[in-house]
Design a protein around this ligand. Structure first.
Ligand SMILES: [Zn+2]
Length: 174
């Protein structure tokens, strides 16, 4: 028998991680090294090469929201979105930019409300996108509807400084 299996299809080559793994690959903005960033972990992700903080972006649903969002050590920006929502498609990239700028300070967690009816009910989502900021599981800010990228950035900055003291103060509380 001389059947060759050469025709076996390559599945995308350098595609992203296969579905089902709750980790993303992220390129370090500082040194370029590719890192795997898990959806849930203690502390916050850092580059394995240069230790720079990495942006932390994850997806969560009814089953794993507690582990991924509420138990996170960083404040969490929750993006409650839907596939059929046009404005969500504009907001999501802006939020990813925020997560990159605030690497090490915030975690972005995306929730598809159609796959997560429990969370949609719990957060009383009336419209999408609905954005929340959670600090150790407690909601500290909420915004409904799309907004320009600058406005989103400003809202996140203000919400973080409101829950963690003035952003520009270098001093720590004893
Ligand atoms: Zn690096």
């Amino acid at each position: 028998m001389s059947t060759s299996q050469e025709g076996r299809a390559h599945s995308g080559g350098r595609g992203p991680d296969g579905a089902g793994t709750s980790a993303r690959t992220v390129s370090c903005a500082h040194c370029g090294r590719t890192n795997r960033v898990p959806a849930a972990a203690q502390g916050s992700p850092r580059c394995g090469n240069c230790r720079a903080p990495l942006p932390w972006i994850a997806e969560a649903g009814d089953a794993d929201f507690g582990e991924i969002a509420e138990q996170a050590s960083l404040p969490v920006l929750v993006d409650l979105w839907a596939t059929w929502c046009g404005p969500c498609r504009m907001v999501s990239p802006a939020l990813e930019q925020v997560a990159e700028r605030l690497a090490g300070r915030i975690k972005l967690v995306k929730v598809d409300i159609d796959k997560s009816p429990g969370l949609a009910r719990r957060f009383e989502v009336q419209a999408v996108p609905t954005l929340l900021i959670l600090d150790q599981g407690r909601q500290v800010a909420r915004q409904t509807g799309a907004a320009p990228a600058n406005a989103l950035r400003q809202w996140v900055d203000e919400s973080l400084s409101a829950s963690h003291g003035p952003a520009h103060s270098a001093s720590r509380r004893p």
